[in-house]
Write a protein that binds this ligand. Structure first.
Ligand code: ASP
Length: 379
């Protein structure tokens, strides 16, 4: 009898909680659905990015590079292009720019090479492509997408991935294209002083983009050189679908940057999307502040854009807080099906930007630069 009662309580709670999923509630909001909207967020890595750590000239250069990437993705979305095209359009200029740890300007492995990783995911059908250990492809994000569209696989590595690239008509780019003095010096300093990669990198320079297009489709992509001095074929989270990249039209699109080992263990990108798809657990609801708890337990409140945005923010913040509890750091960018573009990071700063069809267009570097707070609670 007691068991039957518990089953009824559980079933009632489950159906109540299912209603909390933002996408379900939003399907009824016709006014919102009629207006085609798009949204884009980008990142160029998180880390110890403080005003005293970068010169005014560097700041200007980073802001210009972020703006260039944001503009490239915006151009695609505002002209009705797909979220997938916007993600690659935004990532390519950052892969080509030596300021970021992706493509040209990637960090060096212990053996003194540049080994590149990238992944991309389409929220329409959750098709995905990823590559790791790439040494001769100029834009690894394009190769990851080719794996998605023209191979029966999701994840290719090293020589095999490069053989596939050759067969698909990608040009061979010489290693000198990727190598920069600044990154070589970081590796040498690390070896000479027996420093960790975190000591020399100070920041994670991985790049990523997430987008919502006017047809309501989501996409996410991430590209990186990994971490300075990586050895033994180490692979971080960036090319791992579910860890560094995830997109699902039912919940969100996420791209991460940070200490990859922790992001893999938590499965950060998919964890955030799954929590948004099924709604917060009872424990999570109990942990939220009183006001938010009242809103979140009322399914009707999910037609309120502020509630949808704050739920996405709290969800992302709580997953990033888990990374912190385990001893890791980094951050994410996220776009929801309703078009909210959100950042969450537990580092001092994150190179980032966002734009949308309502006229938002901003780039930022340090914590708390935006008008709306979007950092983790401890900032
Ligand atoms: N997440 C990347 C990795 O662990 C590093 C980064 O974000 O820059 O390989």
């Amino acid at each position: 009898m007691k068991n039957a009662f518990l089953t009824i309580v559980a079933a009632t709670l489950a159906s109540g909680l299912a209603l909390l999923a933002p996408t379900n509630a939003f399907a009824d909001d016709h006014a919102e659905a009629e207006k085609p909207k798009w949204s884009l967020a980008i990142h160029g890595g998180a880390g110890t990015i403080l005003p005293e750590n970068i010169t005014p000239e560097q700041r200007v250069a980073y802001e210009a590079a972020l703006q260039e990437a944001l503009d490239a993705g915006t151009e695609v979305l505002k002209n009705g292009g797909s979220a997938m095209d916007a993600v690659t359009a935004a990532i390519i200029p950052m892969e080509d720019n030596p300021l970021f740890n992706a493509g040209r300007g990637a960090v060096f492995t212990w053996e003194g090479e540049n080994e590149l990783d990238a992944s991309i995911m389409d929220g329409r059908d959750r098709s995905a492509g990823a590559v790791t250990g790439i040494k001769t492809v100029k834009n690894p994000i394009l190769l990851a997408n080719k794996v998605r569209t023209d191979s029966p696989h999701v994840f290719l590595m090293g020589e095999g991935a490069e053989q596939f690239a050759g067969e698909q008509g990608f040009e061979v780019t010489p290693p000198e294209w990727f190598a920069t003095e600044r990154r070589r010096e970081s590796l040498e300093r690390m070896k000479a002083r027996e420093l960790s990669s975190l000591d020399v990198d100070l920041k994670f320079g991985t790049v990523g983009a997430v987008a919502l297009d006017q047809n309501g489709n989501l996409a996410a992509g991430t590209s990186t050189g990994g971490m300075t001095g990586k050895r033994w074929g180490r692979i971080g989270d960036a090319p791992v679908i579910g860890a560094g990249t995830y997109a699902d039209n039912r919940s969100c699109a996420v791209s991460a940057t940070g200490w990859g080992e922790y992001f893999i263990r938590v499965g950060v990108a998919q964890e955030i999307c799954t929590r948004l798809r099924i709604g917060p657990s009872l424990n999570e609801i109990l942990e939220r502040p009183e006001g938010e708890r009242r809103l979140i337990t009322n399914p009707k409140s999910f037609v309120d854009p502020q509630v949808v945005a704050s739920n996405a923010q709290s969800t992302a913040d709580s997953v990033i807080a888990e990374i912190q509890e385990l001893g890791g750091d980094g951050g994410i960018i996220l776009v929801t099906p309703e078009g909210h573009a959100i950042y969450s990071f537990n580092t001092a700063g994150m190179y980032r930007g966002r734009a949308n069809s309502d006229g938002l267009n901003e780039v930022a570097i340090f914590g708390g630069e935006e008008a709306e707070a979007s950092n983790t609670p401890d900032h």
